[in-house]
Design a protein around this ligand. Structure first.
Ligand code: C2E
Ligand code: MG
Ligand code: MG
Length: 399
């Protein structure tokens, strides 16, 4: 089934298009603003994107520029939806690399026709691409990685990084309880680059230590601002990569940052992945204990995707377990994921761990988690990661 992403801030228009395309047999996703659209494009990789030109904050041009410079979405067919046949608007879109445009209001035949011709063109291109040798493709990927590594150095001074915040919601109350800090790299030419792409590169070069410390400091400062403003946010969660975790003076660096900012250690949670636990258990436990002694909470991220030796859950001083999003999707189809998630929640609770479900995208998934007493959730159903100002707006609205 071909996937179509519709980025349109007007709810009525968006829902109309989604309904029309669904009836035509497409797998459709809607996004109500540019930032949400970008996130959905990178994570779902649609076959065609339809995007409104005029939207507040990140408009259609910004979305297109970011998509075109992101290696994962660079070639996804992009169709602009313009309000009127304004030639300069259309030209600007096409110059930025749009493939087609539709002038609102358009008929169902025009809409479906534009999508079909994009899909046909894409299929022809894919065939050509497959003719390229696999060694060429491997070389391309290696070149890309080298480019990323080179431009990472200096990106911090050039202030190209931003920290976005994704709300973590209390499942029972439906209110925001905490935020996960997720770094974003806005490259001046390449646009938004996904952390899934540059974090491994930064880890390889060692740059992650510097970047990670900047993220930690930025997130702690932001948390302090929100607490001072009176928002009842419990914690900010910051991801730690293996290389960061293995710094010999990690706990004293964290303590120093908290002291400099004046943030309570209990307001900080550090997220680690399972892979860290298998290497040198004894020193990992010692480091975790030092962090716990400061008063910082520890969560185990992407649970279930790594080595999954359950014995470590009893040996390590974790507070929270985050169920990876691969177990959450299809949870309601009565398949094995449902059984796994139920078992993880029960097991975590009997070990006195709090449970957060990642990647919650539908009401049905939320209802399932509510029924099985999962403590918290995060995912596009509630909100993608947002810039601090937009996250704050959610807090102001009392969400
Ligand atoms: P993670 O820590 O597991 O973060 C969750 C990822 O899932 C984020 O992707 C988030 O945007 C995405 N996500 C959230 N809700 C949904 C949903 O409902 N559906 C789908 N499909 N995806 C959802 P993001 O921001 O691209 O980050 C990817 C990974 O990069 C993170 O996975 C984390 O491992 C790493 N990362 C991000 N920021 C940092 C950082 O500051 N430091 C370190 N060391 N790693 C980071
Ligand atoms: Mg995380
Ligand atoms: Mg995760």
């Amino acid at each position: 089934m071909k996937k179509i992403l519709v980025i349109e801030d007007d709810r009525v228009i968006r829902e109309n298009i989604l309904k029309l395309l669904k009836a035509e047999g497409f797998d459709v996703t809607g996004a109500e603003n540019g930032a949400q659209g970008l996130n959905a494009a990178v994570s779902n990789l649609p076959d065609v994107i339809l995007c409104d030109v005029m939207m507040p904050q990140l408009d259609g041009y910004g979305v297109l520029a970011a998509l075109r410079s992101h290696p994962v979405t660079a070639t996804v067919p992009f169709v602009f939806l313009t309000g009127k046949a304004d030639r300069s608007e259309v030209r600007q879109g096409m110059e930025l690399g749009a493939d087609d445009y539709l002038t609102k209001p358009f008929s169902k035949a025009e809409l479906v026709g534009a999508i079909s011709s994009r899909l046909k063109k894409q299929a022809a291109l894919a065939q050509q691409h497959n003719l390229r040798s696999s060694s060429e493709l491997v070389q391309d990927a290696a070149d890309k990685l080298e480019q990323i590594k080179t431009s990472l150095c200096g990106a911090l001074e050039r202030e190209e990084f931003q920290v976005y915040y994704q709300p973590q919601i209390n499942v029972q109350s439906g209110k925001i309880m905490s935020a996960e800090a997720l770094v974003r790299w806005l490259h001046p030419e390449k646009g938004l680059i996904s952390p899934a792409e540059f974090i491994p590169a930064a880890e390889e070069t060692g740059f992650i230590v510097q970047l990670g410390e900047w993220v930690l400091r930025t997130a702690c400062k932001q948390m302090q601002v929100w607490q001072n403003a009176g928002f009842s946010l419990q914690q900010v969660a910051v991801n730690l990569s293996p290389r960061q975790f293995h710094q010999p003076d990690l706990s004293s660096r964290v303590a120093q940052i908290l002291a400099e900012i004046g943030l309570e250690a209990s307001s900080l949670e550090l997220e680690l992945t399972e892979s860290l636990m298998v290497e040198d258990a004894e020193s990992a436990i010692a480091t975790l204990q030092q962090l716990k002694d400061l008063g910082v909470s520890i969560s185990i991220d992407d649970f279930g995707t790594g080595y999954s030796s359950l014995s470590y859950l009893t040996q390590y001083p974790f507070d929270t377990l985050k169920i990876d999003r691969c177990f959450i999707s299809n949870i309601t189809d009565g398949c094995t994921n449902a059984a796994i998630v139920k078992a993880i929640i029960e097991m975590a609770h009997s070990l006195c761990l709090e449970v957060i479900a990642e990647g919650v995208e539908t009401e049905a998934e939320k209802d399932f988690l509510w029924r099985y007493e999962c403590d918290a959730m995060q995912g596009y159903l509630f909100s993608p990661a947002l810039p601090a100002v937009d996250f704050e707006q959610l807090l102001v609205e009392g969400k």
